[in-house]
Design a protein. Structure first.
Length: 427
């Protein structure tokens, strides 16, 4: 049996770690339409920080003619024409009304369709609602390639489980769910992933089961965080420390250790909407799922209002008050700013007329400017502020004497609940 050649379509937070892993055993072509991304990767640099430069450089090759193993990154379609597996890892966001955007999937399917040959297998990893792979993507593959599904080519679905910024639970250490469009293809897809995933695999009985498993993983987490966010609102009214309550309750063996916070990112803040739309297409309105989303989507506004309330209590003039926001990425120790809810806190504070400074040593200044229109700094400002808001728990922030950056009567608000010094407020 010949060694399969694998194409990874989309080299972002999900695609690159997977491409790097497969490249340790197989010839891999990483394809992305972003020319700047390809240029940086071929030079051995990953700006997402998901793969260290040293590890990336170990598998990089400088030609698409790979004999045994290695990774070649390109934006040229011809380079992926002789692959037998195509793994699609493009993002699946939502629009301003929280409706799923499948355009990246359609475009990626068109790309693959142009080079698809008989016997090839296309595996989707992008988060979708049940049915997207076979009902939305397959018709595009058939139309562009002229080939017949489950006769000339086959598909699979293996949901990504990448946790950006997590250096402990890396892709090979997370059990992988797999599936295929036929029982035989399911086994082939499962065997391919099992050859590199040390944590093992789970072969789902169908593609739709695998798709559904992905969206409920994150929907479950979203709902649990929404519950503790509601608890935080209740206990704040009662002047009870929410974190102390959760610590006490956590002494029971089966209590789930969730914490209140801002819920953003490319998965938890998005996936429930995919499931909600699909369920509504079948005539069911999901009460709990959407209630959790409403709670979590409103936390940025709630945090901002709490900060303003504390400032008023301290007689701090709100108009033109100097406010330092620590962090704008969607999670700690990670440069990913996709769907970050820190911007909700920022925009609401800005609406009160405060003078904002945003400090984040991890985020890209250009990316934040382009995506959200905010100017940020990667260095701690050399001045003092009326209010400091710790929005993201970057490790660098724990090393700063925040009280020294605060006016004597200032407000220090800890969104993440990690500071050991005295704070005026936290979730």
């Amino acid at each position: 049996m010949n060694t399969p050649k694998i194409a990874i379509i989309g080299l972002g937070y999900v695609g690159l770690p997977l491409a790097r892993l497969f490249a340790t055993q197989y010839p891999v072509i990483g394809f992305d339409i972003n020319k700047n991304r390809i240029k940086e990767l071929q030079s051995g640099n990953d700006s997402t920080l998901e793969v260290s430069n040293e590890v990336l450089q170990e598998v990089l090759v400088q030609s698409s003619e790979i004999s045994e193993k290695g990774l070649y990154c390109t934006d040229q379609l011809d380079a992926i024409a002789d692959c037998s597996y195509y793994i699609v890892t493009v993002p699946t966001p939502v629009d301003k009304t929280n409706r799923p955007i499948l355009t990246p999937l359609y475009k990626a399917s068109e790309t693959v369709g142009k080079v698809l040959r008989k016997g090839d297998i296309v595996v989707y990893e992008s988060t979708v609602y049940p049915g997207v792979t076979e009902e939305e993507c397959v018709p595009v593959l058939e139309k562009v390639s002229g080939l017949k599904f489950n006769q000339d080519f086959f598909v699979g679905y293996s949901p990504e489980r990448i946790n950006p910024g997590d250096k402990e639970h890396t892709v090979e250490k997370i059990l992988k769910v797999t599936s295929g469009s036929t029982p035989e293809i399911g086994k082939k897809v499962d065997q391919l992933y099992a050859s590199v995933i040390t944590a093992g695999t789970h072969l789902a009985p169908s593609i739709q089961v695998a798709e559904a498993a992905k969206v409920i993983e994150n929907s479950q987490r979203d709902i649990n965080i929404a519950f503790v966010n509601e608890l935080a609102k209740i206990f704040n009214l009662m002047n009870i420390d929410t974190h102390a309550v959760l610590e006490a309750a956590g002494t029971k063996w089966n209590f789930l250790p969730f914490k209140p916070g801002l819920v953003g990112g490319h998965c938890i803040g998005v996936d429930p909407y995919y499931l909600a739309q699909r369920s509504q297409e079948f005539g069911y309105h999901p009460e709990i799922i959407l209630a959790g989303r409403r709670m979590n989507d409103g936390m940025g506004k709630y945090v901002a209002s709490e900060i303003i309330r504390l400032m008023v209590q301290k007689d701090i003039k709100i108009k033109n008050a100097k406010v330092l926001v620590l962090g704008i990425t969607f999670k700690e120790n990670c440069p990913d700013v996709r769907n970050t809810k820190a911007v909700d806190v920022i925009s609401n504070l800005q609406s009160y007329g405060t003078e904002l400074t945003i400090f984040d040593p991890w985020a890209s200044i250009d990316e934040v400017q382009e995506e959200y229109g905010y100017h940020i700094t990667n260095h701690i400002p050399n001045e003092t502020f009326d209010t400091i808001v710790l929005a993201v728990a970057h490790k660098e922030f724990l090393e700063i004497d925040l009280r020294s950056k605060l006016q004597p009567n200032g407000v220090l608000y800890d969104v993440k609940g990690i500071l050991t010094c005295k704070v005026e407020g936290r979730l």
